[in-house]
Design a binder for this molecule. Structure first.
Ligand code: IMP
Length: 178
């Protein structure tokens, strides 16, 4: 398959991301300050850079776990089914949990994952997404913390891919076809 050529325009700098993470972490610490141990759950694969930076700014006792979900589009996007490809290693019943996502787009993924995790009876369950595209929403879902609201653009970098590429960019860029 030949790839359509594109360039990447910087949208959110690495410095702006780092500054935003500091602010978010102060709020998360205020929320979970009394936790005995917070389970930070990264959604693979897009959140791996975000979760790495986030946990290093979180002055709390934490554990890290990962979950991989995949959504398959059929003819109508709104009937998308979310599947769990890799579940958590640990139990979360009675635990404080923070789910970490790269982008909320239609909302199906985080909506499905948080309902699934809530059914396991955690003590507290919160979610954070680095990016949100509110104009794309198909289900009524808003993460508890959002790094940046962005317009309906296809973005890459800072862990986020386009056909598995560009995850290693240190900033968020938007894809522009040339
Ligand atoms: P949702 O279920 O539609 O909210 O989808 C969220 C997932 O779609 C994210 O975790 C990403 O994997 C993917 N996604 C949504 N928008 C973008 C984008 O602009 N670039 C790359 N991946 C995206």
């Amino acid at each position: 398959m030949t790839e359509r050529p594109y360039v990447i325009d910087e949208m959110i700098t690495a410095k702006a991301i780092a500054a935003r993470i500091e602010t978010l972490c102060r709020e998360i610490v205020a929320e979970f300050g009394d936790t005995d141990k917070l389970v930070v759950v990264g959604l693979l694969r897009g959140s791996f850079v975000f979760i790495a930076d986030l946990v290093r700014e979180l002055d709390l006792p934490i554990e890290v776990d990962f979950l991989e979900a995949s959504s398959y589009g059929d003819a109508t996007e709104s009937s998308r089914e979310v599947r769990i490809l890799k579940d958590l290693r640990g139990a979360i019943e009675g635990r404080d949990v923070l789910v970490v996502e790269d982008i909320v787009d239609t909302g199906h993924t985080l909506n499905h994952v948080t309902h699934l995790l809530a059914s396991r009876n955690p003590a507290r369950l919160k979610s954070i997404a680095l990016l949100d595209k509110p104009s794309r929403r198909e289900v009524d879902y808003r993460a508890d913390w959002i790094g940046f609201d962005i317009p309906d653009e296809f973005v890459v970098g800072y862990g986020i891919d386009f056909a598995q590429r560009n995850r290693n960019l240190p900033y968020i860029g938007k894809v522009r076809f040339t």
